[in-house]
Design a protein around this ligand. Sequence first.
Ligand SMILES: C=C(O[C@@H]1C=C(C(=O)O)C=C[C@H]1O)C(=O)O
Length: 395
Amino acid sequence: MDILASSSHLDLAEILANDPTTFLFMSEHRKVRTSGAIAHITARAEGGVDKDSPLQMAVAEAFQRARELGQKNPIVIGAIPFDVSQPSALTVPEWYEFMPHMAVNTNQSVKLEPLTVSEYRYQPNHSDFKNMISEAVQRLKQGQLEKVVLSRILELDLSQAVDCNAILQNLIVQNPAVYQFRIPLGNNNTLIGASPELLVRKQKNSITTNPLAGTCKRMADPQQDHLNAQRLWQSTKDQHEHRLVIDTLRTQLSPLCDQLDIPAQPELIQTSNLWHLSTRIQATLKEPATNALQIACLLHPTPALCGSPAVTAKQLIDELEPHDRGLFSGIVGWCDSEGNGEWAVTIRCGLVQAKRIRLFAGAGIVADSDPESEWQETGAKLGTMLNAFNIHNGE
Ligand SMILES: C=C(O[C@@H]1C=C(C(=O)O)C=C[C@H]1O)C(=O)O
């Protein structure tokens, strides 16, 4: 499709041009923006690794229609929920382009009028969250499973409607090196976020995945910050949490790949407010025709968002979490008709609807997890979105 000819800076307001249908997915690899819809795809992602699954068939059909309307290489873009038995929220747009990286202004945040929060709702609240983690720790100690990821929701009511695009602009400025997205969901509902975690990128026969697991908070004091990072690196608990993710990915990817390059040790990476253990995995596909959405469906949800073993962890999440995750901890991204694409994990994000914001944060729990530390960790994760809103109390 068209590539922006000029290399002048665009503010988000110009990029989105007040078009409520615009999807945005931006990374250091590609920055995609869209307009309009040829098809909305709600087919469930269950079994989506297979070419003849309902999801892949629906996408192929919509691509065919887009080609008939003159598109050379249509794309599908949007979000898939954590629970793949729930409907997908995908669109084949009427128009899209890959923007030049330089086109997007990542320097200028938007000065927001101070927002007044009229209500904070925690689901579960502090004490119920700690009970939930203690219950999970019991099950982990009994050996029913090795890891489960448990989460909480923070819902805020504001005294005035927020400008969703201004919040996204702030997210981009505060988190320039991650995966930023804007997913319009209808009913004036928008999912926005800045995820640090790549589920899969596919370019021709080459794939990359970059799971994160093992987290601690950044500190204002550089020495304390460095110490925290070292503590995370040396933590057997966090290294164990991380290894479980890598082992699963190795098992899933090995049969598909000629070459699979997994570093022996994770590295430390930093976001604006957190340290993570991170492993960048590179592989070459045996069958280059396998598309990015198929691989995303194979890997999702990884033990970084669900647990290990996956089926037992999913059952425990259904039993213990009081909320439905919906699109949170699902995946978000795009795939073109040549099979290339990029999918990130839907974290560090929120659903915005006029005066109401719904935020999500989860943490990996293993047998030696401490409930209060997990509350603190999820609080720090919520900070990514709260900072973009310029809300500093409550967490
Ligand atoms: C679930 C979240 O994060 C996930 C859990 C992590 C952990 O347990 O250390 C780290 C990164 C993500 O894979 C979240 O940010 O909400």
